[in-house]
Design a protein around this ligand. Structure first.
Ligand code: ARG
Length: 588
């Protein structure tokens, strides 16, 4: 359905046209002086130039045409030529009732249905998930949900880092620890065991140990490089070990992502792109796009409009090896072949921006993806500690994601137990949900590209712009509705009040903005716009709640209007947190 701003703009454009002015001047916006009016139209100011008239004369003309229009409680022209609007209570009530019964509250994006690949997560197999992977998972999950809500066909791909040096390191460390394994017996000709030669906890310990060893032991590093090359050229023993690493690592990653309430449609990785690489690079050489530079093969990506110099993209190293960019290009090739998406969204650390500029440009220059393909790099900033430096553990090491989650859930548990209204077991479960909300909201409420400070105390606070505050608001509404129902009230099929108190109308005005907010959040892939919005809705609801005796209202019809209003408030808040990948408990 149309947004309330679009509806008003329509009404006001008619008046502009009737007065002899162009309809395009009738743009309505939310008032930036809420003390004076709810909405405003500044079109007369712009029209004044075009028509050589004083702006207030135009505004006066238009307003005169609209006096008595049922949509407005008041519409007035204010010098030098603003049009200030206050909506009629009945008009906005009608709009809100329409939203309440419409699918997706009437949200319908302007663009048609697309197929979208969201590349997020990006964990590296066999390495523990750390906080650096948190942002990609949390932001990507929300972007994926927003895209789906907009009616798109969305494919989320975890795109694992599964083809790098870490594999060679693990293989060689395994050789040193268990040389008796058949993988290391050159003369072994039988079938390799189906059972992995390590458990997940061993694997978790093997990689850091191997990585540390490689830094002090050059011979070991050399072996790891060789093993990686052997794997990449299809060696049977290395491939067998790789398969074990992948199976175990994926299972563990799935568990971790599940705990975060993050999921993927595809569990592909860099390795899936490898078969496409030789042909793809050869095509770039044959077409003359790739040329030799210091033994490597490179593609120029500089464009005239660039304000700074951009280095060429290396697609093959001098030793013949493929690189990160090659692998991303081949991945696009495969995705084009298998899914032919309309658009790609990469949710990756913003420090990789140059890499993606190179990849996108080469993909189009080489015809791997057609010109019109939308390619978006959604780069995110760093999560810092309170000292303003990248987040570390107390001992200065890299914090593992599961420890971070456990910490924040523990903080929530303590708070919930302080309130002491629920049993211990329920408190644990609630703390799990609220903790996750604190963590995700703390992240998502910042514009993705900005760095932010991870602050457990602030994120877990039940007051202020936090996840727990939003959940607390929803829980409060749930409990009012439950009480109403327990007293025999029916919550469905009600209409909001056509005349409202100030704080009641503020809540209506906040709810109708949902449609505009969704437009922006979708167009800009911006979960933080949803956070801003639900914070505002929560504050507005709490203002209404403090002003109003909802269940104590003696006028039954009025009470029903309140119930309709808070039911929709709850539904919209729940929809919004779902788009953020956040869940809400029944009690807190
Ligand atoms: N594995 C990479 C890393 O840890 C992130 C992958 C991002 N996605 C991509 N298509 N390159 O940095």
């Amino acid at each position: 359905m149309k947004t309330i701003i679009e509806k008003m703009t329509e009404i006001i454009s008619e008046a502009f046209v009737e007065c002899g002015y162009d309809a395009s001047y009738a743009k309505v916006t939310v008032s930036n002086r809420p003390d004076l009016c709810e909405y405003q139209c500044n079109g007369a100011m712009a029209a004044a130039k075009a028509y050589g008239k004083a702006p207030f004369m135009i505004a006066d003309d238009v307003v005169a045409k609209l006096s008595g229009n049922a949509a407005f409680k008041s519409i007035e022209s204010v010098k030098p030529g603003f049009i200030n609007i206050i909506l009629n209570g009945e008009f906005i009530a009608g709009f809100v009732d329409e939203m309440a019964v419409a699918e997706k509250f009437g949200y319908a994006p302007k663009s048609g249905k697309k197929t979208v690949i969201v590349d997020f997560g990006g964990a590296n197999a066999a390495k523990p998930l750390h906080v650096g992977h948190l942002r990609s998972a949390v932001i990507g999950e929300s972007v994926k949900r927003i895209q789906k809500f907009a009616g798109n066909e969305v494919i989320g791909d975890v795109h694992l880092g599964d083809w790098g040096l870490q594999m060679g390191l693990i293989i060689e460390e395994l050789r040193d620890r268990k040389p008796e394994l058949p993988y290391f017996d050159e003369s072994f000709a039988g079938e390799y065991p189906t059972e992995a030669p390590f458990t997940i906890s061993e694997l978790e310990e093997i990689y850091p140990a191997a990585s540390a060893k490689s830094k002090v032991d050059a011979e070991f590093m050399e072996r790891a490089h060789t093993a990686t090359l052997k794997l990449q050229s299809g060696d049977k023993a290395c491939t067998a070990i790789w398969n074990h690493i992948m199976a175990i690592s994926k299972e563990d990653l799935k568990k971790n992502y599940d705990n975060l309430n993050v999921s993927f449609d595809l569990w592909k990785g860099e390795s899936d792109a490898q078969p496409y690489i030789p042909g793809m690079v050869q095509d770039m050489i044959d077409s003359g796009l790739a040329y030799e530079s210091q033994g490597a093969m490179v593609v120029d990506i500089q464009e005239e409009t660039d304000s700074k110099e951009l280095p060429p993209c290396i697609v093959r190293k001098s030793d013949g090896a493929a690189l990160y960019a090659t692998s991303d290009l081949a991945t696009i090739l495969e995705r084009e072949k298998l899914y032919s998406p309309d658009s790609y969204i990469y949710v990756v650390d913003k420090r990789q921006e140059l890499h993606f500029t190179q990849v996108f440009r080469v993909a189009k220059k080489a015809g791997i993806a057609p010109q019109q393909r939308e390619m978006t790099f959604l780069g995110f900033g760093t999560m810092n500690g309170k000292d303003g430096k990248p987040f570390k553990t107390r001992s200065g090491g890299v914090m593992r994601l599961e420890h971070l989650i456990a910490d924040i859930q523990e903080a929530c548990y303590t708070k919930i137990m302080e309130n002491r209204t629920v049993e211990e077991a329920e408190a644990r479960d609630t703390a799990r949900i609220v903790g996750l909300a604190a963590l995700k909201y703390g992240d998502l409420s910042n514009q993705a590209s900005k760095d932010y400070v991870f602050d457990v105390d602030r994120f877990t606070s039940f007051e202020g712009n936090t996840g727990p505050y939003i959940l607390y608001t929803i829980v409060r509404i749930k409990s009012i509705l439950a009480k109403y129902a327990s007293e025999g009230g029916v919550c469905e099929g009600l209409a909001v009040n056509k005349e409202q108190s100030v704080s009641e109308k503020n809540l209506l005005l906040a709810l109708v903005r949902f449609l505009e907010v969704m437009d922006v959040a979708y167009e800009e892939n911006a979960p933080h716009k949803i956070c801003q919005y639900i914070y505002e809705v929560s504050n507005t609801f709490n203002g209404f709640y403090h002003d109003t005796k909802i269940l104590g209202e003696t006028d039954e019809d009025k009470k029903k209007g309140y119930i309709a209003l808070i039911s929709l408030t709850k539904a919209i808040l729940e929809q919004c947190i779902d788009l953020l990948g956040i869940e809400c408990p029944d009690r807190m």
